[in-house]
Structures are given as C-alpha cells and as structure tokens.
Design a protein around this ligand. Structure first.
Ligand SMILES: *Cc1c(COP(=O)(O)O)cnc(C)c1O
Length: 471
C-alpha cells in the first residue's frame, strides 16, 4: 500500500470508527453465531497475490463484524468492562504509526520517561504511597505473576532464579477462596504448585476472614511449610468484595510475607476520595496491581503494577546480554527489566491522552455516575419481592437472583441461568453470572464508558419481562 492509498483508506476508516462509536448501542451486544461459522467463511490459505484494501475491508464488515461481541456497547454488563474512549483510541493510532518497541530507555527515551511520569500522576491521584514505583504490564495476570516471582526470589535470596528449586522448598501463598484464577495460574508458572495456594475462608461479605488467614499461616508453620506471600483482593471478581488489606498488611509484616494487592478492577475507584476507605495509603504492601484497561477508559491492554521496592522486581527480571547493553544503563530505567517480556508497547501514551483529555475530574464524574446507577439498580432489586441481593455492593457490581422459597436451590440455579440466557438472547443487553455460596446469580456490572440511565431502565424492563415469562 503506498502512502497515497494509506491516506485515502485511513480517512475512510476514521469515518467508519466515528460512525461505529456513535452507533455502538444499535448492534446486538453479543453475536448470534455458532462455533465454526466464521472459520468456514475464511479461505483455506493466505492469498498469493495482493488484494485490494476495499475488498479486505468488505470482508471485515461482512465476515468479521457479525462475529464480534460489542464490548463498548453501553448495555454490555458482563464480566468486567474492557472499556475504551476516544482519546485512548487516538493514542493507539499514533502508537501503531510510530511502531516503536520500547524495551529500553534508549529505544525510545520519551516512552520510558512518560511512563514514569504518568504512573506518578496516577499513584498520587489515587492517594497511594508516594514512594511506590510503577511499571505498565499487559495484564493483571502478568503483573501478579511478576509479583509472585519477586516474592519467591526475595525469599530464596535469588537462588531459585540461579540454581532452580532444590526440591526442599515448601512455599505457601494465601488468598481468599474468591481469588482470581490468575493467581492459581501464577502458582503453576512460578513452579510453586497450585496445591500450595491456600484459599482462606471468607466472611459474610465474601471478604477474606482474618482469623482464618492467621490460623492457616500458623498451621503451615507447624507443618513445616514456608509462608511466602498473601494475595489480597481489592474487589474480587465475583462480587467486588474488599479484603481487609490494612490488617492483612499487618499480618504480612508480622510473618515477613510479601503482600500483593490485586485491585485489577476496583483500583480505579481510588481516584474518588469517597472510595479511599478501601485502601489507606499507609497500608503495608509490597506490590499492587490495577487495570486502567477495565474501568479507566483506556483500551486493552494496559495494566499498572506498583511496587514498594523496585529492586526486587529488577533483580528478579534483569538480564543484560551484551547486545542490549547501553551506555545510559546506570542512569535510567530500562523497563524490560521490570517484567517478563523484552519487547514493550508504548502504552503510557494512551494513559497520558486519557488523563489529560478527561482530566481527573472528568474521570471521577463518570465513576460517580456508575456508582449512582448501581445504587438505583440495588434499590430496584431490594424492593422486588421475588429478587434478592447475594452480596454487598461496595462499588458497581450487583449480584442478584430470583428466589422462591418453595423451590430447591438446584431448581433456583437452573431457573436463574435460564432467566439470564433469555435476556441475553435478545441481543439488547449482555450479562454474565457467578455463584456465591453455591447460588447462581446474575452479575450486573455498570462501568461502561457511555452507559446511562436509559440502558439501565431498558435492561430492567427486559429483565422483568423475561422473569414474567419464566414464572
Ligand atoms: C480481571 C481480573 C484479573 C485479570 O485481569 P487480566 O488483566 O485480564 O489478566 C485479575 N484479578 C482480578 C481481581 C480481576 O478482576
């Protein structure tokens, strides 16, 4: 493609993008396709000869678009959002145009220094400890793995990195029973073994029970294990339960354990002073992760890891073969040393664009709207005689179900699943579910960039209509 054609197609694409964003609410949120439907429409082999951009784009519209789930739809209420915003998209366009690979300071000094600065902005705007240092990772899964590997290396005095496991290590990591699966996965990858993730009981609000944590650590010490780390959740994935991170930090200090806080989703709420109760900035923690790519209008991927002591991270991951050595190494951050991957995207640019374009106040305004819409939904559920909330609502995730005392739990589970699927099948909204204490419930997450009271009212009416059909 020559430059003239690029210019022509790019202008056309920008119009397409603006139209999409304007009309994103008119698409079915999730596609009506069966497994294999898309695959079989794509030719068996790559084309030998060049194809025109118009022809490629036509296939994008006809084959790909009908198979997309519209995550930016204002009535996408499933999982956690992966929301974007106009400034973030524009930054991505620039990033891919520059095509820079930002592994070292020298490979794009501006990328490293902007990353340092925007992570300080974010840290301070969230009221986090002002001595923490940050790095952008692709996902919270990777950030948590990095934290666990650093904890392992700190505890083994970097000997496992060097010599491998001796076979004598009996490290244990603690989390609540609602821990995100990325921690189980990190146990496997870090060589610690899934069986050594101790899942501590939760209280009625689904947050980690402190007595159970202390008991688990003491019992392990008696049994000859080496407690290594506690992963606490600031907002569990099921119900955004908030673990008592302050007290967990104190327990970690007492036993000299690494404390990693997983705030992947809920961490964004710390931009609101009224949500700071979740995390005192004197909290004792070694690492903390949150995803701007969930609820901070910065499109996937962008996950921020803060550490108390960057030395452990860098000593765990730093590798400098001759061909990567630069004369500035002593004086700069080479972010490749702060994580797993060598090559890095310039993700700080989109954070910078988002933060400046909204301003902190603009972001807070959106978050407060989401929280108030969630209160509205919580009230509707509470005032409905056949519905119940299954978890407290510290933020904007509402876990609720239909109940009827005459029915068995098993029957209720299948009825609630049926209810959710019938609502989703309309294509007008999209919910996902979880199970709390064995009870199937619909999870309604209100965090879309452009969600408004209109989608909330439409979704509620739809839920009521399908509930009536069910009964
Ligand atoms: C979403 C989520 C994760 C995983 O996030 P990725 O960035 O997709 O790896 C981890 N922990 C919690 C609590 C989450 O909600």
């Amino acid at each position: 493609m020559n430059n003239k054609d690029f210019r022509k197609h790019a202008h056309k694409l920008v119009d397409w993008m603006a139209d999409y964003l304007e009309n994103k609410g008119s698409y079915p949120v999730s596609p009506d396709v069966q497994p294999g439907d898309i695959y079989q429409q794509i030719p068996k082999g790559a084309p030998e000869l060049p194809e025109s951009f118009d022809y490629i784009f036509q296939d994008f519209e006809q084959i790909i678009m009908p198979g997309m789930t519209h995550w930016q739809h204002p009535a996408f209420f499933g999982y956690f959002p992966a929301n974007n915003s106009e400034p973030s998209i524009l930054a991505e366009m620039l990033m891919s145009t520059l095509g820079a690979q930002c592994m070292s300071w020298l490979t794009s000094p501006a990328a490293t220094e902007l990353e340092e600065k925007v992570l300080e902005w974010l840290r301070d705007a969230k009221g986090l400890n002002s001595s923490w240092q940050g790095v952008i990772q692709d996902t919270a899964s990777t950030a948590t793995l990095c934290a666990i590997l650093s904890a392992r290396e700190r505890a083994s005095n970097f000997s496992i990195n060097k010599d491998g496991f001796t076979g004598q290590e009996k490290y244990r990591i603690y989390s609540s029973s609602h821990v995100h699966s990325s921690v189980d996965k990190a146990m496997r990858i870090a060589g610690l073994g899934e069986a050594n993730l101790v899942k501590v009981a939760v209280d009625k609000s689904h947050a980690m029970d402190l007595n159970s944590l202390s008991e688990a650590i003491s019992a392990d010490l008696m049994a000859g294990f080496t407690p290594l780390c506690v992963v606490s959740a600031l907002g569990t994935t099921s119900s955004t339960a908030i673990d008592p991170v302050k007290e967990i930090g104190e327990i970690c200090e007492e036993y000299e354990l690494w404390h990693h806080i997983d705030a992947a989703y809920a961490g964004t709420a710390l931009l609101l002073p009224e949500c700071r109760w979740m995390l005192d900035n004197k909290v004792k923690a070694d690492s903390y992760v949150f995803n701007p790519h969930k609820w901070m209008f910065t499109n996937f991927d962008c996950s921020v890891l803060y550490v108390k002591d960057a030395e452990y991270l860098v000593n765990t991951f730093s590798m400098t073969p001759e061909y990567l050595r630069t004369k500035q190494d002593e004086h700069v951050n080479n972010y490749r040393d702060w994580g797993i991957q060598l090559g890095r995207r310039f993700r700080a640019l989109k954070l910078w664009f988002v933060l400046r374009s909204y301003g902190l106040e603009g972001i807070r305004e959106k978050l407060r709207l989401h929280l108030s819409l969630s209160k509205k939904v919580a009230n509707l559920v509470e005032n409905h005689e056949n519905l119940e909330l299954l978890a407290p609502i510290p933020l904007n995730t509402i876990c609720f179900r239909f109940v009827d005392k005459s029915l068995s739990e098993e029957k209720l589970n299948s009825l609630n699943a049926q209810w959710m699927h019938s609502v989703n099948a309309t294509g007008k909204v999209f919910f996902t579910h979880t199970k709390l204490d064995g009870k199937y419930c619909i999870r309604w997450v209100i965090g879309q960039t452009d969600v408004s009271v209109n989608e909330i009212e439409m979704a509620w009416e739809l839920l009521m209509e399908k509930l009536a059909e069910l009964s």
